[in-house]
Design a protein around this ligand. Structure first.
Ligand code: CA
Length: 223
């Protein structure tokens, strides 16, 4: 299992990250200050560290100096207006950063990109009875390939990579169609209905009233 260390002193944010990442199939450990993180890193190994910059005691930048020799990828978490922190973090060797407040799907996407870069994740997703090959962009159920349009494939991936999370229609539209201006709920609803039928997700790709849709299955991470 992929192990993620969350170093964040704000409990609500830390809890939210742990819950979302656990639901997506990652094993998470939370610490709330820099010293506790350094202590833990002496005893245990991790595949990725989510590191808040502003920490009590030893801050994220100081901790980065300690982490770098361990060669564990780091995603910095910075405050909204701290552009200089982002630059400094990247210069110190962080892989990426997240700006508070962030959306859960952004957190999951960035985590996934960094893990793929480090070859910690396989190129196959097994979810909801489907076998999704991310390299060839092919989708199989019981060994039979399911033909999807490019938009349907994008839509499928969005749900497959965000299991258990209610996705707003607007968010779905922006992610799949890359445009905010031509948004209609009808487009999203039609495509979701077609996708459900094609991949056999009628029972698990559920409508969330007044929001959008949620995929109700645990995800299995492949290595
Ligand atoms: Ca903080």
């Amino acid at each position: 299992m992929i192990r993620i260390l969350i170093v964040e002193d704000e409990k609500p944010i830390s809890n939210l990250m742990r819950m979302s990442l656990s639901r997506a199939g990652y094993h998470c450990t939370c610490v709330y200050d820099g010293l506790a993180a350094a202590d833990l890193l002496e005893r245990e190994s991790f595949d990725l560290i989510l590191l808040d910059v502003m920490l009590p005691g030893v801050d994220g930048f100081e901790l980065m100096g300690y982490i770098r020799p361990l060669e564990i990828p780091v995603i910095f978490i910075t405050a909204k207006n701290a552009v200089s922190d982002r630059v400094k973090g990247l210069k110190m060797g962080a892989e990426d950063y997240l700006v508070k407040p962030f959306e859960i799907i952004e957190l999951l996407a960035r985590v996934e990109v960094v893990l793929r870069r480090y070859h910690k994740l396989g190129s196959v997703l097994e979810i909801g009875g489907l076998h999704i090959d991310l390299r060839s962009m092919q989708v199989f159920r019981d060994g039979q390939e399911i033909a999807l349009t490019p938009k349907e494939y994008e839509l499928l991936l969005l749900f497959a990579q965000n299991p258990g999370i209610a996705l707003y229609r607007e968010t779905i539209y922006q992610r799949v169609w890359d445009s905010e201006y031509l948004y209609t709920t009808r487009t999203v609803d039609l495509h979701v209905q077609r996708l459900r039928k094609k991949v056999g997700w009628q029972q698990i790709l559920v409508a969330v009233p007044k929001v959008g849709y949620r995929l109700e299955v645990p995800r299995e991470l492949s290595h």
